[in-house]
Design a protein around this ligand. Sequence first.
Ligand code: MOS
Length: 687
Amino acid sequence: MIGLLHTRSIGADVERVDGRAKVTGAAAYAFDQPVENPAYLHPVRSAVARGRVTGLDTAAAEAADGVLAVLTHRNAPRLASTDDTELAVLQDDAVAFHGQFVAAVVAETPEAARRAAALVAVEYAGEPHDVVLSADRDDLYAAQEPEEHGDVDAAIAAAAVVHDATYTTPPEFNNPMEPHTSVAVWDDGGLTVYESTQGVHTVRPVLAEVFGLDPERVRVIARYVGGGFGSKGTVHANVVLAGLAARALPGRPVKFALTRQDMFRVAGYRTPTVQRVRLAADADGRLTAVEHDVVEQSARIKEFVEGCTKPTRGMYAAPNRRYRQRMATLDVPVTSWMRAPGECPGMFALESAMDEAAIACGLDPVEFRVRNDTRTDPDSGKPFSTRNLVACLREGARRFGWEGRDPAPGVRRDGDWLVGTGVAGSCYPVISDPGSAAVVRYGADGRYQVSIGAADIGTGAWTALTQIAADALRVPMDRIDLRIGDSALPRATVAGGSSGTTNWGTAVVEAARAFRDQHGVHPREGDEARGEMRENTAKEHYAMSAYGAQFAEVRVHAGTGEVRVQRMVGVFAVGRIVNARTARSQLLGGMVMGVSMALHEHGVRDPRFGHVVNHDLAEYHVAANADIGDMEAVWIEEEDPHVNPMGTKGIGEIGIVGAAAAIANAAHHATGVRVRDLPLTTDAFVR
Ligand code: MOS
């Protein structure tokens, strides 16, 4: 038991401390950095999905106005390490996916670089490629040993109700407003990079290894970041390419921003999934078996496994459980993190299946979930630190007006529109990692400098950490001078896994407590103390997760099949809320992205060439204002003394989990048509 921090600032509805800087344009993002005499990079991308570069004619590009250098695998500086194949950019002639960087032009202006890049002539020896995922390929390999608790086959044979169906989700692409951007500066044999990243301390050791530098010689700075849904949580080839170019051009910092189209090539994306779910229930609607069998793709160049069975493991009680995860290796760009990797697509399948099973059992879908709640984690047997799934379902049902819902599908009509309602559960684990540290120092201005190399990717970390520091030091927020976003500051874990507030906040609390212990309440200028986030030993005794319930009202046009999400209510149990304003924004943002997933997002890869055809925001649709109806995100009071000193659970990802299932379930209720393949395009509903 950690014991909760006493709070004054925490829980308040506080304006963003960085809000003014952002809306006035004073906040400098990576590309805005005023470095001296910058050069600009534009890449040349592979036109084949697999093969070798056999010819390169760079003469026309080199002769073009303003061009400083044309880099290819023949002349680019050698990297010290090519162990991470995704990052081994311009090191050899191999091509592993369509759109991979095969050359780069550096020029005096972005326009000159882009024009000259089009003048680089590349010849390839293409090899047959394979970019199509299907669940019946004969070359699937097991990403992990199949896992079984109890006897699923026996339970299914004895069940009163068995539901067995396959759900699919398409490739989905991270589209933060600010694309991946790097400004690389070589100086005195060291490298400074202004990078749009979810973790300056995540990038630093990777660049140190790739460039063969002592980590102390690498500095990564990211004070403001224009969004990150996971793609900026790991290092991609773009920053290495910027670093290579800057090294090749002494005295010239290099600026490199991905185009929106490049975001579909080299920034990571969510794998398509094919998920078979089998649920068995007894005559009372109690689950006796759960089986989740997942097929995904991974790039030939680097393996990434999206753990879609994760949420199924802890969600509902069922004595017999089986999980299987298989992969196809394809000639595609590297798959990676995107908001709630695993939980998000996994819960689309599970929560759609739960809706279908509830109907098969003749039970209301809220009641069916309540009936299958569990007080202990089914796999580990541990109790939960707190678990308020049922409270979320009940409160959501009350707010949404669920009571009295007619379960019959396809019977409510409003003019030309069919109307239906649906529900889904949400969960996201409380992730905590040791290793973040913070330093508190008393400044000449009588304010407490609180330093930690954390990242605010738009989540509100600037504000939340200021609140946490203020409470831990027992001073008002304006006495806190927070410093984040620089690897010169104490080490901090990545802004990923909804773990930032847990990890960084704990380090800040530890540093503040140490400061108070050492220097009391009347410190002198220069007094300083350090604190660290250590392993939370309560994890040995408790399973820890956030929960939620999402309710949707959907209209489907009887003539065209157009789907509109009229109304959504999300109720979440996510521990203590640090800042009501930014928390609501995080949860709503997740739900909006869930609408986007349900209705629109679908990256279409052309099997002939291996590229994504709709690689821009004109054709890869994301939810816009007109897609969002009445949307409410609220939370229930939850005091969890085990998760961390603040009592918080992560809120960045849970909002997207289950949202698409709630919408698909509502679309079924409206029309009687069960769509198991996202997105919910019009053709599915027109018969
Ligand atoms: Mo998020 S996908 O955990 O960066």
